[in-house]
Design a binder for this molecule. Sequence first.
Ligand SMILES: [Zn+2]
Length: 445
Amino acid sequence: MRRKIIHYKNGATLIYNRAHEKNVTAILAGFLCGSHYEEGGLPHFVEHTLAEKTSTKTREEVFTERSLMEEVNYMTSPNFLGGIAYQSNKKEQLIWQIISQAFFDSQVDQTVLEKHKKIIAEEQATTARKLRLDNRVLLRHLWFMDNSYSGVDDFVQKSIGNQQFLDSVTIQDVLDFKNRHFYSDKFILCVVSSRRLYRVKKLADKYFISHLKVPTEKSLILPVDKRYDTIDKLQVETDEKSEIERVAVSICFHPTDPEKFPLNKEQHVIEECLLEKVGSFRDLVRDNGLVYSSPSVTFTTTCKNADASLSIVFTASNYQNIEKIFGLLGDSIARLKDDFITEEDVKKYKDGYQMHLDRELKHKKSAVSRVQSYIDKQVYYGDDWPRFTKRQNRRSIKALTVEKVKDFASLVLNPENNVIITFSGNVKKEQVKDISYYKNLIFKQ
Ligand SMILES: [Zn+2]
């Protein structure tokens, strides 16, 4: 069954989808008031106070209730502050009740406040440390690309807050935040359940919809606009403790039809040619004895009408080798634009695709991972989520030709496009050169 999106008169939204699993309900409920709405850490702080005592239950009782569940958790994303839970349908009422009381009946006093100030101070330090790890380079690179955060410190400052914030935050701040944001038109509930819709609607009314405050005027629903900068950019995030240097490079471009970009199968052929073919980037790097971990290549888009990018990540033990790898990437790109893509490559990809489709069909996503991705989609796209049928996918595979792949390659691998680079690890700032230097290596100019 297709997903159902229901808009209530009070402005609230319910997203419903049938679970693949038997006898399971997963819910994610909350408000559009994540860390992008109020920078400095307050949304995340409020999230921490949700799982505390209520007007009728002690902290211990709430905790025991929670431990009986398969999963109950609270999260603050850039857009959303929510509670997620899933459980077999036998105890299903309880997950609705737990998340509902967290939003509508959690109590905050001085003890709760002081406890979470300590926890969050600890969280600031560990989050920063974790995010500086080598394997998070792509995440940091994506933030930098879409201007979300200029680096780890900026992220921590804006989403978790600094010590000054923790010292100053009061009970009144928490209450005021709820009064500013917990309104019906900012509320989204997503349910993936083996229960039928009429049953889910009943529970939604009982636990959420009927408790919501209706705003006197329409709330400000922030638009999500993640367009990339139209400039070349470079950042260096040094971590002296690291033993390697890792670099993420993105070439940004405007897809000819952004709405249908996921159907664009040319991107997979390019990925494959760049990485897998004899004489490809990965082999070149290896043949030169340079590889520390294999380079990877992926295409990404952020949301509707946004630019897309080709991202390449590679690693080496020192700066000299990083620079050599840039040169080898340039060699591969030059060959790819030349006569490197053949009928054979396209045919190979077409043959392999059916296998890929079959494999995807077998791996159905769990209810709990679906509620999370549905909320993100609703936030980014509103009611018109992009959704492509198997038939559309097959058609676009059939229509794939060498000419089309080459046209796409020249759209993407074009020196006119903007390039964004993130250096991280044991790189020394003084070794890193100007962005135009690397751009010249990539495009062999
Ligand atoms: Zn936290």
